[in-house]
Design a protein around this ligand. Structure first.
Ligand code: ADP
Length: 402
C-alpha cells in the first residue's frame, strides 16, 4: 500500500509517502513557517532528487494541497495519480485513556482528540489542523490516527498514578500518559530483531533523545514505565524543557518573581533544559561547540544531561529486574557519542560495558556499541516513527476490510 504519513505541528507539516510493501519512504519532506511570510517546502525523493519551494503558505490546507501537487509532479513526484494513495496516517500526540491503539478517524475520534487538546495544548490542536486539511483534500481516502500515548497504555497503575490526592485523577484524569510511544515501540522491537531475541522475553531500556527526550522501560514488548508524564515537560532534561525537579521550586520562583501562570509555563517549557543551564542554545550541536571552547555552563549542561539519563537507566533497570539492552535513538541518541558514553559511565556493575571505539565510530546508523562480552547490550537504533505509523494504518485498513 502507498500511505501518506503526516505529522502536523503549529507552523510545520512533515510528510512521507511510504510504500509498505517495501517498508521504505518514496519521499519525505517538510513545509515550514506555515502562516508566516516565506514559507518553505523542502522535499527529498528516494533517489536524492531534492526540491525546495519558497512561497506564502497561509494554512495547513494550502500546505497539503502543495504537498499533493508535488507527490504527482512529473519531475519531482513519485505517483502518477493522487488516488494511488491508499490511506493517510496522522501522528496524534495525545490519545488520553481512550485510545490504546490506532483508529480510523471519524467525527467521534475528532471530538476526542479535541477534548484532549486541553491537556496537550501545544500539540493536539495542530495535529487536528492536519487531519481536517487532509480530510478536505482527500475526502474519499481513509484517515487513521496513530497516538504517541498508545504504546504506554500498558503502564501499570503504580507507574501511571502520581502521589497526590486521588480525587484529581477522578476529576481531571491527571496521571502519567507518556509520549514518543511510536519511537519507543519501534526501537525496542528493532533491538530485539538485531539481537535475535524474542520480543516476548526481552527487557530493554529505550532512550529517545531529541529536542524532546524520554526514556522507557519495555518488558516483553510492553511499556511498563516511562519518563514523560501528564505533560511533555517531565523526566529527562531536554532542549528547552526542564524535566523532573522539586515542584516547590517553581512555586517559590513564581512568588519571588511575581510570575503569571503563562510566564511560569514558558519558563519550564521554553527557557529551561540545555538552553536554560548553558545560556547558549537548546541545540546540542551548539552546546557541544561552546563546551569545547571552554564555556563552563555549556559543560555543566552536558554533564547534567547525561547524568540524569544515567539515573533513569539505573532506576529502570530496577523496575525491569535487570535489562538485556539499552537503546539510544533520535537526534542526540543517534549522533552524539560522548552523551552516550557519559550516560552509561559506571554502569559496568549492572553488566553494561561500552566499547568506546565502536561508540565513537557510530554516527546516525544502527550498531551495537557495547563490548562483545557485555551482558547488557548497548545499541544505537535510528528511529522510524513514520514507518510504524504507515504499518499501523495498513493494519487498521485491513481490519475494516475483513
Ligand atoms: P525532534 O524530532 O524532537 O525535534 P531530533 O530527534 O531531530 O528532535 O533531535 C534534535 C537534537 O539532536 C538537537 O539537539 C540537535 O542538535 C541534535 N542533533 C541532531 N543531529 C546531530 C548531530 N549530527 N550531531 C549532534 N547533535 C545532533
Amino acid at each position: 500500500m502507498k500511505i501518506l504519513v503526516l505529522n502536523s505541528g503549529s507552523s510545520s507539516l512533515k510528510y512521507q509517502v511510504i510504500d509498505t510493501s517495501k517498508g521504505e519512504a518514496l519521499m519525505r519532506g517538510i513545509v515550514d513557517r506555515i502562516g508566516m511570510a516565506n514559507s518553505l517546502l523542502k522535499q527529498k525523493r528516494f533517489d536524492n532528487d531534492v526540491v525546495e519551494v519558497e512561497d506564502d503558505i497561509i494554512s495547513h490546507s494550502v500546505a497539503i494541497e502543495k504537498v499533493l501537487d508535488l507527490i504527482i509532479d512529473k519531475q519531482h513526484g513519485v505517483l502518477m495519480k493522487i488516488n494511488e494513495i491508499d490511506a493517510v496516517g496522522h501522528r496524534v500526540v495525545h490519545g488520553g485513556e481512550k485510545f490504546s491503539r490506532s483508529v480510523l478517524i471519524n467525527d467521534k475520534v475528532i471530538r476526542a482528540i479535541e477534548e484532549y487538546s486541553e491537556i496537550a495544548p501545544l500539540h493536539n490542536p495542530y495535529n487536528l489542523r492536519g487531519i481536517n486539511a487532509a480530510i478536505r483534500a482527500l475526502p474519499k481516502v481513509p484517515q487513521v490516527a496513530v497516538f504517541d500515548t498508545a504504546f504506554h497504555s500498558s503502564l501499570p497503575e503504580e507507574a501511571f498514578m502520581f502521589p497526590i490526592p486521588y480525587v484529581f485523577y477522578e476529576k481531571y484524569k491527571i496521571r502519567r500518559y507518556g509520549f514518543h510511544g511510536t519511537s519507543h515501540y519501534y526501537v525496542s522491537k528493532r533491538a530485539a530483531e538485531i539481537l535475535g531475541r524474542d520480543i516476548n522475553n526481552f527487557s530493554v531500556i529505550t532512550c529517545h533523545l531529541g529536542n524532546g527526550a524520554s526514556i522507557t522501560a519495555v518488558k516483553n514488548g510492553k511499556s511498563i514505565e516511562t519518563s514523560l508524564g501528564f505533560s511533555t515537560i517531565a523526566g529527562l532534561m531536554m532542549g528547552t524543557r526542564c524535566g523532573d525537579f522539586d515542584p516547590a521550586v517553581i512555586l517559590n520562583i513564581m512568588e519571588k518573581e511575581d510570575l503569571t501562570i503563562e510566564q511560569a509555563v514558558s519558563l519550564l517549557t521554553k527557557h529551561s533544559g540545555l538552553l536554560g543551564v548553558s545560556g547558549v542554545s537548546s541545540d546540542m550541536r551548539e552546546v557541544q561547540n561552546a563546551a569545547k571552547n571552554g564555556n563552563k555552563r555549556a559543560q555543566l549542561a552536558l554533564k547534567m544531561f547525561s547524568y540524569i539519563i544515567k539515573k533513569y537507566i539505573g532506576s529502570y533497570s530496577a523496575v525491569l529486574g535487570g535489562a538485556d539492552a539499552i537503546v539510544f535513538t533520535a537526534g542526540i541518541g543517534e549522533n552524539v557519542p560522548n552523551i552516550r558514553e557519559w550516560s552509561v559511565e559506571n554502569l559496568e556493575y549492572m553488566g553494561a560495558e561500552l566499547d568506546k571505539e565502536k561508540n565513537n565510530s557510530c554516527i546516525g546508523r544502527e550498531m551495537i556499541v557495547s563490548k562483545d562480552e557485555s551482558k547488557v547490550k548497548i545499541i544505537v537504533v535510528p528511529t522510524n516513527e513514520e514507518l510504524v505509523i504507515a504499518e499501523d494504518v495498513v493494519k487498521v485498513i485491513e481490519e475494516i476490510d475483513e
